[in-house]
Design a protein around this ligand. Sequence first.
Ligand code: SF4
Length: 394
Amino acid sequence: MTEVSSPRPPVDGSGSDRRHFLKACGAGLCAWAATSLAPTESQAAVRSGRGLIGRLESPYYQKLPGNEVRCTLCPNHCRVSEGQRGQCRVRENLGGRYYSRVFGNPCAVHVDPVEKKPFFHVLPGTRSLSVATAGCNFTCKFCQNWEISQNVPERTVNFHLPPAQVVRLARKYRCPSICSTYVEPTIFFEYMYHIGRLTRGPGLLNLCHSNGFINPGPLRDLAPYLDAACIDLKGFSPAFYQRIAGGELGPVLETLKLLRKLGKHLEIVNLVIPTLNDDLPTIKRMCRWIVEALGPDTPVHFSRFYPQYQLKNLPPTPVETLENICLAARRTGLRYVYLGNVPGHILESTYCPKCRRRIVHRVGYVIRDLKISGGKCAYCGLPIAGLWTRKKGV
Ligand code: SF4
């Protein structure tokens, strides 16, 4: 998974040294990671260094003859020989047993606006403690965070941050949610899972931004500890998935249907890349599928592409293209359609599907006005899909 393309620099821990990492973080919200923690935390939570890697046995693999293993976490189903790793680069066969090498060792730990994930229907205007490790199970040519997603954990600068510390930091920095993001969180499943379990006590939300490329079994196991998912639906053509993302469309559609069946709040992001996935009839087909399979209340974000990584040859998506797509998407019946990565655009805001009044006024990641009360439109009382209320004490 990649985080949705944005004009911002990538957020990662892959820089050549610690100074580079902090610079990449930006001096603002995430500088706390190195500067604001108490001495006890600086020993337990901030100890970091290049190649700091953990080891936790995965619950998702089968043993094969000759000390080989078959990973059952994602639809890649990697067959891995002793001493080797799966495609995601972070799961390793050691002596015929299969291990996550990134448990408790994120390379990116930031406090982000929840709108940046992007979740537009989850606690607007709040901050989300966001974590990622190295690795990914896709190879998107447009990845914004390729320096960590296409890397091994030995080459990123990693924190020692066990799940309990993540939860404690979220509370300390007044984040009502924790989000596994930046790369595909399935590849650090055990970390996301244990963080999720620990969010139940203090009433934090556990979120993820994912490419949806996960097997149904692990997803069902995660479900009790997951509140909402933002899924990249990168296109609606199997060929695009194979050629540009290094993945498959079918399992992503199955994940979306399962998340809906499990009753999770769901938002979808479609990054529109000129000439590669901007075909309007295909996008309309995708929207009709969303309406029928997931329901018209599913928020869908059509985001602007900016040239990066292996697609620097393409131009940014014309805003007019995105506007036409949003209009067409609305006509298929989708009720919450957003235009992403164009700060200040009128389609960043939420409008009530019934009375048409603006109920969330967004400018970039800033909430200027919020007219939702108790999960309903403050003007006409229509229930608005989403998670709008913090749990008590959070
Ligand atoms: S999680 Fe990693 S090792 Fe497992 S199947 Fe997917 S890509 Fe392969």
